[in-house]
Design a protein. Structure first.
Length: 601
């Protein structure tokens, strides 16, 4: 069945000249681009720039299926690779350089402070990434301190700035001469500096909000008709020095404001969260119309802001909820127990236990103890290592059995559809969608935003970083096709509750004590003693309904599916009764009829 296009889509398809498209989540962006392409002359040479390899493969298939053989699909890196790596016969180091490897390559010297050479190496790595993703010509054109926020790290970088800068230039020079392997960031930068001319009539740049300044510079300099597409509020890669290119593009603006993914309830929630940007003086109201009407509950996902938050939730779900037999982690499951540079959770655990002979990572092995590692983390702003230390301090020697239990239930990529629950951080699930999602309580809240603003009145706040934190919550919320299970602290205070939005309320200490002796169903950890995982009571809130108005309404397949999902999510009978407009007895009877207790425990 052919999808009926909106007026906004027709306006884009019939446009001329350079344009930018601000597209909300689920708004038929790819469909619009395909229709735009079909409306161009068949002899036109068109380049479609995708965000990553998986998006590239998916887009190439869609264009091919429509017979659009005049469209070339690339990523920024694949373009740069063909133009730079082959030409100069470079060898690429896909995983980049670890901190200890940079220290050895440059023979960095320390001083009386512990591990100075490693802290310097860490900042060299980041400075190079900052430069390679920028549009500047030289390293010295940048001030690296602009992207260092932690006070301890700032003091260190200020002290060693000249040394960090000179050694960054030296390492780049070694790559340029082919003395050492080059990184992905390096050949993209060299591509930008070569001022390439791309022989296309049209260039379509997707996910523009996450473009680096380097690639944006290449894009803007082309003679082709340019189309840049993205969502201003989905920029979540600032830590990779992405810039919001939609704001930088001085093109005629078009909008795709109707989402076909989710309902108006979810659209309203997303808009309310974006209103938090008023605290940063950056709120530009955008209308989102939700026209999604999915009733399926096949794919359920737990989404978190951080690896730590996700792992804690996975422990709760996998260890305590025996009924969950199959799970799936977006991306490689091992990536959740490894930092980008290769240090594993087990290395940090062995450091914690003083078992240096078992540590594989050289950087971790060089640390005397966990306190010394935390000092390194403070000076480098290494968030990933910081999270690992938190997990190790929390779970200690229970970690191996916990990770084993999680991996035992994990299904392979080709069996993803078997998973009863999918786990992912927001960064890993960007561009994906699920029938029902549950958010972990590790995102920013409006209360925290207000506190940060109040505490930093004199110094000023880091608006771009906080803007991105709000974006992360927005992206998470807009992954759902149907319902969302959201912790109460993340809810906008005045937001009206609806049947598709379930709220998880964190219990007070007094309520926890009462719950210990009550017969109420509580979604809470049972076997592992932990402070971070809060006992929770889950309840759903409906709009205004007459009591039990649906008491005699026949149960449909869709209602049974919804009841099953809520049962699996741990919603108690009282709140299910309120949700369905029926008596508790009717809910218990249906649970028995569907054999949910026998099936799911």
């Amino acid at each position: 069945m052919k999808m009926e296009l909106t007026k906004e889509q027709y306006d884009i398809i019939n446009s001329t000249g350079n344009i930018k498209i601000n597209a909300v989540a689920g708004s038929g962006k790819t469909t619009t681009i395909i229709e735009y392409t079909k409306a161009r002359p068949k002899e036109s040479k068109i380049l479609y720039l995708a965000f990553n390899k998986s998006v590239k493969l998916e887009a190439a298939k869609k264009f091919a299926d429509k017979g659009l053989n005049n469209v070339k699909v690339e990523t920024a890196h694949s373009l740069a690779y063909k133009n730079i790596v082959f030409k100069h016969n470079y060898k690429v180091r896909p995983q980049g350089y670890k901190t200890n490897e940079i220290a050895e390559l440059l023979n960095l010297q320390g001083n009386e402070e512990k591990h100075t050479e490693y802290v310097v190496a860490n900042h060299i790595n980041k400075f190079i990434a900052y430069f390679c993703n920028s549009d500047t010509q030289k390293v010295q054109d940048l001030n690296y301190l602009d992207v260092v926020s932690d006070n301890k790290a700032k003091v260190f970088v200020t002290t060693f700035y000249d040394y960090i800068e000179s050694q960054s230039r030296l390492l780049l020079s070694k790559m340029d001469k082919g003395e050492i392997e080059i990184t992905h960031d390096f050949y993209l930068k060299k591509f930008q500096l070569s001022n390439p001319k791309l022989n296309f009539d049209y260039i379509l740049f997707d996910e523009g909000q996450d473009a680096s300044s380097a690639m944006l510079d290449v894009f803007f300099k082309q003679k082709a008709t340019k189309v840049i597409v993205g969502d201003t509020h989905q920029q979540i890669y600032g830590w990779r020095f992405a810039v919001n290119s939609l704001e930088k593009a001085d093109f005629k603006t078009f909008h795709l404001s109707t989402s076909f993914r989710f309902s108006q309830d979810i659209a309203n929630l997303a808009m309310e969260v974006l209103k938090w940007k008023v605290h940063l003086d950056e709120h530009k109201p955008i209308p989102i119309t939700g026209k999604g009407n999915s009733k399926e509950y096949k794919t359920k996902a737990v989404l978190a802001r951080t690896n730590l938050g996700l792992l804690l939730k996975a422990i709760e779900c996998v260890i305590e909820k025996k009924k969950v037999k199959h799970i799936y982690f977006e991306g490689n499951i091992n990536s959740y127990t490894y930092a980008d540079e290769g240090a594993s959770l087990y290395d940090v655990l062995n450091l914690y236990n003083g078992k240096h002979h078992l540590i594989k990572d050289k950087l971790i092995k060089a640390m005397k103890d966990i306190d010394e590692l935390e000092d390194y983390i403070d000076k480098t702003e290494d968030v990933q290592l910081g999270m690992m230390v938190e997990i190790v301090r929390e779970y200690g020697n229970k970690i191996p059995e916990i990770i084993k239990a999680i991996k035992d239930k994990h299904v392979d990529n080709d069996e993803k559809e078997k998973a009863e629950m999918i786990f992912s951080t927001v960064h890993r699930c960007k561009g994906m969608e699920y029938d029902a999602i549950q958010l972990v309580n590790d995102f920013i809240t409006e209360e925290k935003l207000e506190k940060i603003k109040e505490d930093n009145k004199k110094e000023g706040i880091n608006s771009s970083k906080l803007n991105e934190e709000i974006n992360l919550l927005y992206v998470a919320i807009t992954r759902t096709r149907n319902s969302i299970h959201i912790p109460e602290p993340l809810m906008p205070i005045e937001f009206p509750r609806s049947s598709q939005i379930h709220i998880t309320r964190v219990l007070t200490e007094e309520e926890k004590k009462q719950a210990e002796t009550s017969s109420k169903r509580i979604t809470s950890p049972q076997k592992i003693d932990k402070k971070e995982l809060t006992k929770e009571k889950t309840y759903s809130v409906d709009g205004v309904r007459e009591k039990y108005k649906d008491a005699y309404k026949p149960w449909t397949t869709e209602l049974d599916d919804e009841l099953t999902v809520m049962y699996c999510e741990g919603v108690n009978v009282r709140d299910m009764a309120k949700h369905f407009g029926r008596t508790k007895g009717a809910i218990n009877s249906r649970i028995k009829k569907l054999e949910l207790v026998e099936t799911y425990g």
